[in-house]
Design a protein around this ligand. Structure first.
Ligand SMILES: [Zn+2]
Length: 135
Protein backbone atom coordinates (compact mmCIF):
# COMPACT_ATOMS: atom_id res chain seq x y z
CA UNK A 1 0.00 0.00 0.00
CA UNK A 2 1.15 3.51 -0.76
CA UNK A 3 -0.07 6.73 0.77
CA UNK A 4 -0.61 9.91 -1.21
CA UNK A 5 -1.55 13.41 -0.23
CA UNK A 6 -3.88 14.61 -2.94
CA UNK A 7 -5.36 17.93 -3.91
CA UNK A 8 -8.29 18.73 -6.14
CA UNK A 9 -8.62 21.68 -8.52
CA UNK A 10 -10.41 23.62 -5.77
CA UNK A 11 -7.45 23.18 -3.41
CA UNK A 12 -9.09 20.67 -1.07
CA UNK A 13 -6.38 18.45 0.33
CA UNK A 14 -7.06 14.87 1.28
CA UNK A 15 -5.23 11.62 1.81
CA UNK A 16 -5.73 8.28 0.16
CA UNK A 17 -4.14 4.85 0.09
CA UNK A 18 -3.49 2.91 -3.10
CA UNK A 19 -2.11 -0.53 -3.83
CA UNK A 20 0.71 1.01 -5.83
CA UNK A 21 1.70 4.12 -7.69
CA UNK A 22 0.42 2.41 -10.89
CA UNK A 23 -2.91 1.69 -9.25
CA UNK A 24 -3.20 5.36 -8.34
CA UNK A 25 -2.45 6.40 -11.93
CA UNK A 26 -5.00 3.91 -13.28
CA UNK A 27 -7.72 5.04 -10.89
CA UNK A 28 -6.94 8.67 -11.61
CA UNK A 29 -7.22 8.10 -15.37
CA UNK A 30 -10.53 6.30 -15.02
CA UNK A 31 -11.75 9.13 -12.76
CA UNK A 32 -12.26 6.89 -9.77
CA UNK A 33 -10.23 9.22 -7.57
CA UNK A 34 -12.56 11.95 -6.34
CA UNK A 35 -12.22 14.76 -3.85
CA UNK A 36 -14.24 13.86 -0.73
CA UNK A 37 -15.17 17.55 -0.26
CA UNK A 38 -16.50 18.45 -3.70
CA UNK A 39 -16.37 15.26 -5.81
CA UNK A 40 -13.88 16.80 -8.22
CA UNK A 41 -12.02 14.33 -10.47
CA UNK A 42 -9.19 16.75 -11.27
CA UNK A 43 -6.90 15.46 -8.56
CA UNK A 44 -3.16 15.88 -8.33
CA UNK A 45 -0.56 14.68 -5.87
CA UNK A 46 0.05 17.39 -3.30
CA UNK A 47 3.54 18.23 -2.09
CA UNK A 48 4.47 16.09 0.88
CA UNK A 49 3.89 18.10 4.03
CA UNK A 50 3.45 15.52 6.85
CA UNK A 51 7.09 15.81 7.97
CA UNK A 52 6.47 19.40 9.00
CA UNK A 53 3.29 18.50 10.83
CA UNK A 54 5.05 15.68 12.68
CA UNK A 55 7.76 18.07 13.83
CA UNK A 56 5.32 20.60 15.22
CA UNK A 57 3.61 17.90 17.26
CA UNK A 58 6.86 16.93 18.92
CA UNK A 59 9.00 20.07 19.34
CA UNK A 60 12.75 19.53 19.46
CA UNK A 61 14.63 20.68 22.58
CA UNK A 62 16.10 23.58 20.59
CA UNK A 63 12.63 24.80 19.65
CA UNK A 64 11.52 24.70 23.28
CA UNK A 65 14.56 26.77 24.31
CA UNK A 66 13.90 29.28 21.56
CA UNK A 67 10.30 29.55 22.68
CA UNK A 68 11.41 30.23 26.24
CA UNK A 69 13.87 32.88 25.08
CA UNK A 70 11.16 34.58 23.03
CA UNK A 71 8.74 34.51 25.94
CA UNK A 72 11.37 36.07 28.23
CA UNK A 73 12.14 38.71 25.62
CA UNK A 74 8.46 39.53 25.39
CA UNK A 75 8.12 39.83 29.16
CA UNK A 76 11.16 42.11 29.32
CA UNK A 77 9.88 44.37 26.56
CA UNK A 78 6.42 44.54 28.12
CA UNK A 79 7.88 45.51 31.50
CA UNK A 80 10.40 48.09 30.28
CA UNK A 81 8.80 49.59 27.19
CA UNK A 82 5.67 51.61 26.46
CA UNK A 83 3.07 49.99 24.27
CA UNK A 84 1.99 52.50 21.63
CA UNK A 85 -0.02 50.18 19.36
CA UNK A 86 -0.64 51.46 15.83
CA UNK A 87 1.07 54.75 16.67
CA UNK A 88 4.40 52.92 16.69
CA UNK A 89 5.75 54.35 13.39
CA UNK A 90 4.81 57.95 14.38
CA UNK A 91 6.08 57.57 17.91
CA UNK A 92 9.35 55.92 16.83
CA UNK A 93 9.90 58.81 14.42
CA UNK A 94 9.19 61.45 17.12
CA UNK A 95 11.68 59.81 19.47
CA UNK A 96 14.24 59.55 16.69
CA UNK A 97 13.92 63.25 15.87
CA UNK A 98 13.83 64.30 19.52
CA UNK A 99 10.17 65.37 19.46
CA UNK A 100 9.18 62.87 22.13
CA UNK A 101 10.79 61.57 25.29
CA UNK A 102 13.47 58.99 24.48
CA UNK A 103 12.27 55.66 25.75
CA UNK A 104 11.72 52.11 24.68
CA UNK A 105 8.48 51.61 22.83
CA UNK A 106 6.82 48.75 21.06
CA UNK A 107 3.73 48.41 18.95
CA UNK A 108 2.45 47.48 15.56
CA UNK A 109 3.83 48.51 12.21
CA UNK A 110 3.22 47.10 8.78
CA UNK A 111 6.29 45.71 6.98
CA UNK A 112 6.17 48.77 4.70
CA UNK A 113 6.10 51.18 7.67
CA UNK A 114 8.93 49.29 9.34
CA UNK A 115 11.15 49.46 6.27
CA UNK A 116 10.43 53.21 5.93
CA UNK A 117 11.61 53.68 9.51
CA UNK A 118 14.78 51.69 8.81
CA UNK A 119 15.37 53.82 5.68
CA UNK A 120 15.14 56.94 7.84
CA UNK A 121 17.72 55.50 10.21
CA UNK A 122 15.23 54.87 13.02
CA UNK A 123 16.38 51.99 15.17
CA UNK A 124 13.57 49.42 15.01
CA UNK A 125 13.58 45.67 15.14
CA UNK A 126 10.82 43.18 14.51
CA UNK A 127 9.86 41.21 17.60
CA UNK A 128 8.86 37.62 17.02
CA UNK A 129 5.94 37.59 19.41
CA UNK A 130 4.51 34.33 20.51
CA UNK A 131 0.93 33.98 21.51
CA UNK A 132 0.77 33.46 25.26
CA UNK A 133 -0.47 30.00 26.25
CA UNK A 134 -3.14 31.63 28.44
CA UNK A 135 -4.51 34.01 25.81
ZN1 LIG B 1 -12.43 19.39 -3.77
Amino acid sequence: MIHFNLRCAKDHEFEAWFQSSDAFDRQLRSQRVTCPSCGDHKVVKAPMAPAVAAQSRRPEPGAVKLRQALTELRDKVEKTCDYVGDDFPDEARKIHYGEAEARGIYGEATPAEASELVDEGVNVAPLPWLRRPDS
